[in-house]
Design a protein around this ligand. Structure first.
Ligand code: BG6
Length: 481
């Protein structure tokens, strides 16, 4: 199957930091279909060779095991092309069409890795140039809007040019191997399904913690904040994967229908419940990984006195028969104690403990980062001859060890899926809009009353109020258990 892959925003950070390295990995692993062309488009004038040299230089910033040797890069670079385009100029799209039509690739994947405010104009121009035929797919990178109205406007324009089946909305968390394994765990194994409900599960915690700060993205981040950057998309997508009903098939829409139902079942926020159930925080100076870290307000390009949140913890519920009353806690933040993304399913305690001493509920930990694995925490007898005392133990599955040669990174997987036309791991417009609808009352509560902005030291697990949120229900975050 031959493909042409076009990156709008071809010299931007996303392209050289994530997309090119991912494509190179696919190429190195022999997974990239043969006969492909990769075209980067951007504003400035450069030749193909100059662009290739630009990408090769940028590879120096990629982790060493993922860098190409000169010989590997030379082979990969043969696929790379560059084209100057002014994205507001219809003629430039006609030129692009001529370039693409110079051969009949089976698939044309147009990846919008630009600032999202350009999405409408790019889509309209693509449509006007006839670059929206059935062989065309459009890939949209987040952020897709900054609230419900702006997301709906982007979707309206996209839909006026492309069908839903042509639109690939990326949430790169869905490409992470652990997330696909969550689907396998739930729907390819009969073991957990009978337990996957309110009768057996006490609470579910989703933590997306980063130890990095906002780096040089202070201006972007300050307009965005953790709620829009991580909760509306990544955290909610993980929640849907945990809470969804078994789909009737593995078709993209069968899966996405079930995810949408979860989003629609989320308990809506009111101003009062935002004040009670959402904690909003911003980091102050502290120590991360043994190094001093400045506070958010001292990061470059962050406006003085900013009240932007770099941390969110919240409590919600999925209002249906399976989950009624089970708290779902979501938490994300920058400059936290560790880079740690995980979902913890805390089971209920035994109804009648007969062993003295330790009682501890079972938990299943689905680890996304830094390593990718599963841990099932149990209690076991040590057999040390000291009465019936029990010890916590865990069954650990390390996927990198289990499948040492086959692991594929999130962007690699999603790019290959976009080329192959598999929509399962992409977000449908109604899901995305529903997620915005749910987040809106939080945004407006914060806007209306300024919200209570807590602070936390860089290198901690966030404001104490985040612990109190969980403690109120008689529970604790995983690291406090
Ligand atoms: C992005 C956010 O979507 O996800 C970033 O915009 C964040 O702020 C990143 O750092 C985290 O992704 P990952 O894969 O490194 O956990």
């Amino acid at each position: 199957m031959s493909f042409d892959l076009v990156f709008f925003g071809g010299t931007g950070d996303l392209t050289w930091r994530k997309l090119m390295p991912a494509l190179f990995q696919a190429f190195r692993h022999g997974k990239l279909p043969a006969g492909g062309r990769i075209l980067a488009v951007a504003r400035d004038e450069r030749s193909d060779d100059e662009y290739r040299a630009f990408i090769q230089e940028r590879f120096a910033e990629v982790e060493p095991s993922k860098r190409p040797s000169d010989e590997e890069f030379a082979r990969f670079a043969a696929l790379l092309h560059y084209r100057r385009m002014d994205l507001s100029q219809p003629d430039d799209y006609t030129g692009l069409k001529v370039w693409l039509d110079s051969r009949a690739a089976d698939t044309k994947v147009l990846y919008l890795a630009t600032s999202p405010h350009l999405f409408p104009v790019i889509c309209e121009q693509l449509g006007a140039a006839g670059l929206n035929g059935p062989d065309v797919r459009v890939v949209l990178e987040k952020p897709l809007g900054h609230d419900l109205a702006s997301a709906q406007e982007i979707n309206r324009v996209v839909r006026s040019v492309f069908s839903e089946a042509q639109a690939f909305r990326i949430d790169h968390y869905l490409g992470k191997p652990a997330v696909q394994n969550l689907m396998a765990l739930r729907f390819a194994n009969a073991l957990f399904e009978p337990l996957w409900r309110r009768e057996s599960i006490a609470n579910i915690q989703i933590t997306l913690a980063e130890s990095i700060g906002v780096g040089t993205r202070g201006d972007f981040y300050d307009r965005t904040g953790a709620l829009r950057d991580m909760v509306q998309n990544h955290a909610l997508q993980l929640l849907t994967m945990i809470a969804m009903e078994p789909p009737s098939s593995s078709d993209a829409d069968a899966i996405r229908d079930e995810k949408l139902k979860v989003l629609k079942s989320l308990k809506p926020f009111t101003a009062a419940s935002v004040a009670r159930d959402v904690v909003r925080g911003q980091y102050r100076a502290g120590t991360v990984d043994g190094k001093a870290a400045v506070g958010y307000l001292d990061e470059v390009k962050v406006p003085a006195g900013s009240r932007c949140e770099t941390f969110v913890a919240l409590r919600t519920e999925v209002q249906n028969w399976r989950w009624a009353g089970v708290p779902f806690y979501l938490r994300t933040g920058k400059r936290l104690a560790a880079r740690d993304a995980q979902i913890v399913v805390n089971f209920r305690e035994v109804p009648h403990p007969i062993f003295p001493g330790t009682t501890r509920a079972n938990k299943l930990v689905i680890k996304l980062q830094p390593e990718d694995g599963l841990e099932l925490h149990l209690l076991a007898a040590k057999g040390s001859g000291q009465g019936d005392a029990l010890s916590p133990v865990s069954l650990d599955l390390d996927f990198d060890k289990a499948f040492p040669t086959e692991r594929v990174g999130a962007y690699e997987r999603l790019l290959l899926d976009a080329i192959a036309g598999r929509l399962n791991l992409f977000v449908r417009s109604d899901e995305q809009e529903q997620a915005w609808r749910w987040v809106e009352p939080i945004l407006s509560a914060w806007r209306d009353d300024g919200g209570d902005l807590k602070t936390y030291a860089a290198g901690s697990w966030g404001p104490p109020a985040a612990s109190a949120l969980v403690a109120r229900d008689g529970f604790a975050w995983a690291e406090e258990q």
